[in-house]
Write a protein that binds this ligand. Structure first.
Ligand SMILES: NC(=O)c1ccc[n+]([C@@H]2O[C@H](COP(=O)([O-])OP(=O)(O)OC[C@H]3O[C@@H](n4cnc5c(N)ncnc54)[C@H](OP(=O)(O)O)[C@@H]3O)[C@@H](O)[C@H]2O)c1
Length: 242
């Protein structure tokens, strides 16, 4: 069995790659930084690692080429992502975040999904974020890019169902998990079970349901105290506090 992980050299993607490798899958990953690629290759010599910037115009073609070059894949996970603290809603930061998290991840997902559609089966997964549930003052484009992924994955899932293809589409929704250590097993299990979504940690499914249904006025007012309110449920401090 073969797995391809886009953004698999660090954090959550790396934790997932380690689980695929431990389970005996032939695993390929992509990363962005040369030092991360080198470090990954020395830690996991059996895996292939190559550079890919999902925000580059040729990203979709590059994912297709990777799939062709490795003789295909049974599972593809898109774990690449960029967080930028952006309380000033600065367009330069927002544009970059949208290019990586929305357009870039969609290009990679689309290439993998199209491959699975032709094949008739496959396991597709993507790491979004709890931020996709609602907007946030600290990083408006980040949360919006993750909301885009929620919707895009849902569309691909419905598209697969309509086509009668055996393609599972798993939305992995982390909440304040830091470097992702300890998350790999839950991610792999969700992909193997073909789950539609998995929250990390799981109790965030309940918190998300409450948060999603808060009245708009309460949501606007809580911008300044939402960290204090959510702190007891955070495994790690939010990235802007690290
Ligand atoms: N950690 C959390 O608490 C948390 C919470 C919610 C959501 N998330 C989401 O989970 C995903 C992974 O986050 P993480 O915390 O594990 O981050 P991370 O450690 O920074 O890992 C991100 C991965 O994506 C790659 N990457 C970054 N920019 C890229 C680009 N333009 N094109 C292709 N690959 C790129 C990185 O490559 P290099 O290794 O070369 O840098 C790395 O492999 C992200 O989508 C993030 O938004 C994380």
């Amino acid at each position: 069995m073969k797995a391809l992980i886009i953004g698999g050299t660090s954090g959550l993607g790396r934790a997932l790659a380690a689980e695929f490798i431990a389970a005996g899958w032939e695993t390929s990953v992509t990363g962005l930084r040369e030092e991360a690629l080198k470090e990954f290759s020395s830690a996991f010599p059996s895996a292939r690692a190559s550079r890919l910037d999902v925000s580059a115009p040729e990203a979709r073609d590059a994912v297709e080429a990777l799939l062709a070059g490795t003789g295909g894949a049974d599972a593809v996970a898109v774990c690449a992502g960029l967080y930028q603290d952006d309380p000033g809603a600065d367009w330069a930061a927002e544009e970059k975040v949208i290019a990586v998290n929305a357009a870039g991840c969609a290009a990679a997902l689309n290439a993998a999904y199209s491959y699975f559609r032709k094949k008739g089966s496959g396991r597709l997964a993507c790491v979004s974020s709890i931020g996709g549930v609602r907007g946030n003052a600290r990083c408006p484009a980040y949360n919006a890019s993750k909301a885009f992924l929620f919707n895009y994955l849902e569309g691909l899932r419905q598209n697969a169902a309509q086509a009668g293809a055996e393609i599972s589409v798993t939305n992995i929704i982390p909440a304040y998990v830091g470097d992702g250590r300890g998350c790999g097993k839950a991610m792999l299990a969700a992909i193997m079970k073909g789950r539609r979504s998995v929250y990390l940690p799981g109790y965030w499914r309940l918190l998300a349901a409450v948060y999603r249904n808060l009245p708009d006025l309460v949501h606007e007012k809580m911008a300044s105290w939402h960290y204090v309110l959510l702190k007891p449920f955070m495994r790690r401090a939010p990235r802007w506090k690290q």
